[in-house]
Design a protein around this ligand. Structure first.
Ligand code: FES
Length: 250
């Protein structure tokens, strides 16, 4: 991980309050693995924002991030014009394991803005010959994104809270219909992760946690999570954000 000036190549609103940025550089794009994030400095704001990596094109030296506008900083980020150089730290944290010993079928379970890192993961797993099934959940039809991209990887179930698109309910409601998988990978709000890990406690899985961060590099302990390992608490920014599901106490 190191500091890099990333050039904004493309910016687009892809769903309600949801923006996709494509950034270019020589370093982070070559190093990033699925599950890692970049720590981005928005012009005129002091605090950096951690944003997960949604896709990487190593040849083009480009990386995609998605974020939801939730405050002034992210609103500013959404307004930036292509060509600007952004001060980024990355790639940060530990990503998802890509070499599965126990089988060839991955189940991806994402909710809201936890969906993007699973796309990059799904692409890499498919390239390694794994079968990929995805469940992606959103508030309602206006927030749905990347359905086509996930469908290109394998069977994809879209779920919305109010049933305005796809299945009605929560991602966990679809889990009952899918049993033929070896390992699951999940990212989304804490409540969703709690339900997913409870329902799949008999399965091998990995979850990616999101938390407000301070330093973003393991120095301030602003992002700790309780685990049942000897270490007790672990830091999401540097030990995670990806953890074996059985290790974390949510
Ligand atoms: Fe400082 Fe994680 S944000 S240790």
């Amino acid at each position: 991980m190191r500091k890099s000036e990333m050039k904004l190549i493309h910016s687009e609103r892809i769903a309600k309050d949801t923006f996709e940025l494509i950034l270019e550089d020589d370093y982070i794009t070559q190093e990033a693995v699925p599950g890692q994030f970049i720590y981005i400095s928005v012009p005129n704001f002091t605090l950096r924002r951690p944003i997960s990596i949604a896709d990487v094109d190593r040849e083009k030296k480009q990386l995609t991030i998605l974020f939801k506008v939730v405050g002034k900083g992210t609103a500013e980020l959404a307004e930036l014009e292509p060509g600007i150089l952004l001060d980024c730290l990355g790639p940060n944290g530990n990503g998802f394991p890509l070499d599965m010993e126990n089988g060839g079928h991955a189940l991806l379970i994402g909710g809201g803005i936890g969906v993007p890192p699973l796309y990059y993961l799904g692409k890499e797993l498919k390239q390694k010959g794994m079968e990929v099934t995805s469940i992606i959940g959103f508030q309602n039809a206006e927030y749905v994104f990347y359905e086509e991209r996930f469908s290109a990887l394998g069977d994809t179930y879209v779920v919305t809270d109010d049933g305005s698109y796809g299945n009605e309910g929560f991602v966990t409601d679809v889990l009952d219909d899918i049993t033929a998988f070896d390992t699951y990978f999940s990212c989304g709000p804490k409540g969703m992760l709690l339900n997913v890990t409870k329902k799949l406690s008999h399965k091998n899985g990995y979850i990616s946690l999101e938390e407000r961060m301070g330093c973003g590099v393991g120095a301030c302990a602003a992002c700790v999570v309780r685990t049942n390992t000897e270490a007790g608490y672990k830091k999401i920014c540097s030990d995670g954000p990806v953890f074996p599901a059985k290790e974390v106490i949510l």
